[in-house]
Structures are given as C-alpha cells and as structure tokens.
Write a protein that binds this ligand. Structure first.
Ligand code: CO8
Length: 267
C-alpha cells in the first residue's frame, strides 16, 4: 500500500551516491483540516508506512514530520469524545501507537508547529527530535479532563525532569522550540524553512553508516531507559562484541587504516 489517506510517503536519496541502503524515508502527517489530529485511520497509515520503510533495504533512516502549522495537535478529540471506559479498556485504546517504538531503524521527528498531547508523545517515541523554530510542545490533556496516555507522564519526565514535566502536564501550558531545547527535549532548533531539509540531511548521514551498528546503537540507547546501569553496560558490551561478527566492522576498521571512506554493506 503506497497510497495513504492521511499521510504522504517519500523516499529520498542523496545525489550521486551509491551508498547501500543510503535512502531516507519521509513520512508527512497530512490531515491539514484537523491540524494532523491523530485519528485511528491516520495512525494505522503511519504504522503501516513505518513498517514498510523499516523493512526496505534501500532505506537507512526514517523522518516523521508534519504539515502546515502542526506536527500533530494530539489524538482526535471528536473521535475520542464518544468513547466509554469499558470499550476503551477492553480494546486497550491507543495501545497500537507504541508500535512506532518497535521499528529497528532510527526515526527522526522533525517538529515544526504544534506537537500537542499525542503529537508530543509521538515525537517522544521517535529517536531524535529536531525542532523547527515555530515548534510548540505541550501536554494539554488536563484541559480536556484527562491525562496524557501515551508517554506524556513517563517519557517526558525522563526527557526533561520531574518539575518541568509536572508543570507541563498540570498546567497544560506549551513550551516553544528554544525552551524545549534548553530543557533537553529536542536535540536542535533549526530555522523552520530549513527543518525538513536538515532532518533529511541528518538522515543521510545516519543511513550511510553500517546498518547493523546503527540499529544496535538505537537498541542500546533505548535499553538505557529500561535497565540498571550495570545491566545496561553489560548489554552494551555484549552488543559491541557481537559487531565483530559483521563485515561492516572489518570494512570500517580497514578503511580507517587505509585512509579511505568505508563502503558499508549493512552486513
Ligand atoms: N482533535 C480533533 N480536531 C482538532 C484537534 C484535535 N486534537 N486539534 C485541532 N483540531 C481541529 C479543530 O477542531 C479545527 O477544526 P474546525 O476548523 O473544523 O473547527 C481545526 O483543527 C483547526 O484548529 P483551530 O481552529 O483550533 O486552530 P487554532 O490555530 O485556533 O488552534 C490549537 C490550534 C491550539 C492547536 C488548537 O487546535 C487546540 O488546542 N487543539 C487541541 C489540542 C489538544 O488538546 N490536544 C490534546 C488532545 S488529547 C490527546 O492527545 C490524548 C492522547 C492520548 C494518547 C493516549 C494513548 C493511550
């Protein structure tokens, strides 16, 4: 399936490059009339496209971005407003969102405009958040009589600490790109006009590395959120050892010694 109702998918490749798996898959959330509110159908499209790109050998990195003035303004409130407890509980409402975190390739969130509620949570499920200068982050669920439900009370605390996270979820107030940068939620603020271009460029930079090592970096860094330090260090070291079974390790180290660019094949 390549024609989606609520997203656009593009495969981008660096010019004059024969890097194996060097492409970047760009998923643009595209439901402009509702500020990309994450209705069930949009999320279904998003997960499907992410899976296809994750399995595509030509692609080494994924970028998720928004359109217009929003990355995503949260879960779809009109869809959600009709839900009842028993049905939400029995169907484990929104649990499918977490599938985004199961992708093995890095995902960059390029956030320009509103990333609110589930939109902020979606950005935090990605591996790197780049903020355009017009980005605004917030967890306004409290204003709707609910609480964040997809990481806004968990990933946000780990990202920016308890007091700032508590302030955001209790007041519903938004923070801008620079505040998000100062708090450690995003890794860079980029001029809004250049955001997507820079995100794709960063994606190319990642996609040209050895694909097995890239995936292991992602797995190991994410393990740091779940494990004790000694477990995490052991996990990291074992992964490090295992990379000596790859062709890319031989190639990477030989290329360094021969003073040439490595030619990784992701094996
Ligand atoms: N859901 C549905 N429609 C939306 C949403 C949304 N989240 N956000 C905006 N829209 C719609 C508006 O209704 C409006 O539609 P229409 O033109 O038909 O009236 C259109 O988008 C444009 O919006 P506005 O006119 O409001 O645009 P403004 O520029 O005036 O305001 C804001 C922009 C500030 C972003 C404003 O739209 C807003 O406050 N939106 C709601 C933000 C919000 O509360 N988000 C949190 C939702 S709750 C949530 O995300 C819970 C996630 C839980 C995940 C749980 C997993 C288990």
């Amino acid at each position: 399936k390549e024609n989606y109702d609520h997203i656009l998918v593009e495969r981008c490749f660096p010019e004059n490059s024969d890097v194996v798996g060097g492409g970047v898959g760009v998923i643009t959330l595209h439901r402009p009339k509702a500020l990309n509110a994450l209705c069930d159908a949009l999320f279904e499209d998003l997960i499907h496209a992410a899976r296809v790109l994750d399995e595509d050998d030509d692609i080494g990195c994924i970028v998720i971005t928004g359109s217009g003035k929003a990355f995503a303004a949260g879960a779809d409130i009109s869809e959600m407003s009709k839900r009842e407890f028993a049905n939400a509980y029995k169907t484990n409402m929104f649990s499918q969102w977490a599938d985004i975190t199961k992708m093995s390739k890095p995902i960059i969130a390029a956030v320009n405009g509103f990333a609110l509620g589930g939109g902020c949570e979606l950005a935090m499920m990605c591996d790197i958040i780049l903020a355009g200068s017009k980005a605004q982050f917030g967890q306004p669920e409290i204003n709707l009589g609910v609480i964040p439900g997809a990481g806004g009370t968990q990933r946000l605390v780990r990202a920016i600490g308890k007091s700032k996270a508590m302030e955001m979820v209790l007041t519903g107030n938004r923070i801008n790109a620079q505040e998000a940068m100062d708090a450690g939620l995003v890794s860079r603020v980029i001029d809004s006009e250049l955001l997507l271009e820079e995100a794709v460029k960063m994606g190319y930079g990642i996609a040209e590395k050895g694909g097995v090592a890239v995936r292991m970096c992602k797995e190991a860094v994410n393990a740091a959120e779940e494990m004790t330090l000694s477990e995490g260090l052991r996990f990291e070291r074992r992964m490090f050892h295992s990379l000596f079974a790859t062709r890319d390790q031989k190639e990477g180290m030989s290329a360094f010694l021969e003073k040439r660019k490595p030619n990784f094949t992701n094996e």
